[in-house]
Design a protein around this ligand. Structure first.
Ligand SMILES: *Cc1c(COP(=O)(O)O)cnc(C)c1O
Length: 460
């Protein structure tokens, strides 16, 4: 413990720091209590390591600099808009799917008072999100639908409702961990079910399922392996065959489709992604999927299936804990509207980005380089190269979306230094680094954002 003898007289008091310019602006921005806490820490740190400083003025300056660094760090952590120049469309670290204009408008409209639980015809209490659920059921051909906070919650609710206390049969090839700590065996345990593993990692036959059915079996679960692929010598029964087997034994077939496409996206290479309507058609009793992956909307878990089972889920105490906010319903309802009007490829940003082809992106990339050069970013050199974008979010693993990348190099900065400067821009830009160059993929950059991208380049 350093002593406050005469040699430490230059250490400023907290009061003095409060009166400093940085102290005052810190109080304005984070509030008095938090600012005082930060000042005490900064003053203590300075006292234990005065770093050769010997006058009070210098000491105050020194501590002000430390406080500024802390406050910058705080502001970096706050949620803010960033430009996704990585070309990864469903970028989990950057918030997965960007919302459509309609979804944002709907969120704004619902942000004040709204009829989330009121029937405007009768003035009586209504059901939350009833329009969204009806649309969802219609678009997937399911009898009924339910919406919760995310797909993990949907899986938990469905399994707990249908199979608590019993056994759920899952193929060993599907016992996967999906990015962000979603582990199928753990979810089963949390739902109060026992996992019955069948088959092998690469091959599971219908007869494997059949042989493991007992009196305790409550469901068969089919899980889309998402970001994990087994190729080569593989086998798994069709969903329709699994459904028939389950129904013969009087229990349901549940599918965790993960991304789950509402419409067939196989022409973009996404032929491995379950189309929700097809799963329902094939006889799945309950299908769960994410709201912010290939559905292209807000974080949510969408559940569709047989009305008797959906009703049981709705009545579960767990549902009350997992139900989403009015803002989620607003965004989902709006996104479903785009699908219903057959306008999803124009209106849902995630799908729009998916459809961009090499030529369109290359044209934009060349125009962008011209603009950037005109804006006078001298020490930077640009080049377009062929490469690929990724779908991300565990969807379309291995799908190659051809793109035109803008490769950036700087006369004196390393790629890491450029990327760091990009992240420090007024609107941070997140780019890729590959083979000693910084790469920008305009596929995931909204056209109006290109201005901000030019600004970020100037910032370098
Ligand atoms: C992504 C995914 C989940 C988790 O979805 P969240 O919406 O992030 O909770 C669950 N199951 C599968 C198969 C997935 O791909």
């Amino acid at each position: 413990m350093p002593v406050s003898d005469d040699s430490m007289r230059f250490v400023p008091s907290i009061d003095e720091m409060v009166r400093s310019e940085t102290g005052m602006s810190l109080i304005d921005s984070v509030g008095r209590e938090a600012a005082l806490r930060m000042m005490r820490v900064a003053v203590d740190e300075f006292r234990s390591d005065p770093d050769g400083v010997a006058t009070k003025e210098e000491a105050i300056e020194h501590i002000e600099a430390a406080l500024k660094a802390q406050s910058k760090d705080l502001s970096r952590r706050k949620l803010k808009k960033v430009i996704n120049a990585t070309g990864v469309i469903i970028h989990t670290n950057l918030g997965r799917s960007p919302l459509s204009v309609d979804a944002v408008t709907a969120i704004q409209a619902a942000s004040g008072y709204c009829n989330v639980e009121m029937d405007l015809e009768t003035g009586e209490r209504g059901r939350r999100g009833s329009a969204a659920k009806r649309l969802l059921a219609e678009l997937t051909g399911a009898e009924d639908a339910l919406i919760v906070n995310n797909c993990a919650a949907a899986a938990l609710l469905v399994l707990s409702t249908v199979a608590k206390g019993g056994e759920v049969i899952v193929s060993r090839g599907e016992l996967v961990e999906i990015g962000g700590d979603f582990r199928v065996p753990d979810v089963l345990v949390e739902s109060g079910c026992r996992l019955k593993e069948v088959g092998t990692t690469n091959r599971t036959k219908l007869s494997d399922y059949e042989r493991s059915i007992t009196e305790d079996t409550k469901a068969i679960l089919r899980v889309h392996p998402s970001n994990y692929r087994i190729t080569g010598f593989t086998e798994s029964p069709s969903l329709a065959d699994l459904a028939k087997l389950a129904h013969r034994h009087d229990f349901p077939l549940i599918e965790d489709a993960g991304s789950g496409a509402l419409i067939d996206l196989s022409r973009f290479g996404l032929s491995d992604e379950p189309v929700i309507g097809e799963s329902i058609n094939a006889g799945a009793d309950l299908v769960v999927f994410s709201g912010d992956k290939l559905f292209g909307s807000i974080q949510a878990g969408l559940i569709v299936g047989k009305s008797e089972l959906i009703q049981r889920c709705r009545k579960s105490a767990l549902y009350r804990a997992l139900r989403p906010s009015k803002l989620n319903y607003a965004a989902i309802e709006a996104t479903l509207g785009s699908f219903a009007r057959d306008a999803a490829f124009d209106e849902v940003p995630m799908l729009k980005m998916l459809t961009l082809n090499y030529d369109e992106i290359d044209r934009r990339a060349r125009k962008f380089i011209e603009r950037a050069v005109k804006a006078g970013v001298d020490q930077i050199t640009f080049e377009t190269i062929r490469g690929s974008s990724a779908i991300g979010g565990g969807a379309g693993t291995g799908v190659d979306l051809e793109t035109s990348l803008i490769a950036i190099s700087h006369s004196s900065f390393s790629p890491d230094a450029i990327a760091a400067r990009f992240r420090e821009a007024a609107t941070p830009v997140i780019a890729r680094i590959s083979e000693d160059r910084v790469l920008i993929d305009l596929r995931t950059v909204h056209e109006p954002e290109e201005d901000l991208l030019v600004e970020a380049l100037a910032h370098i």
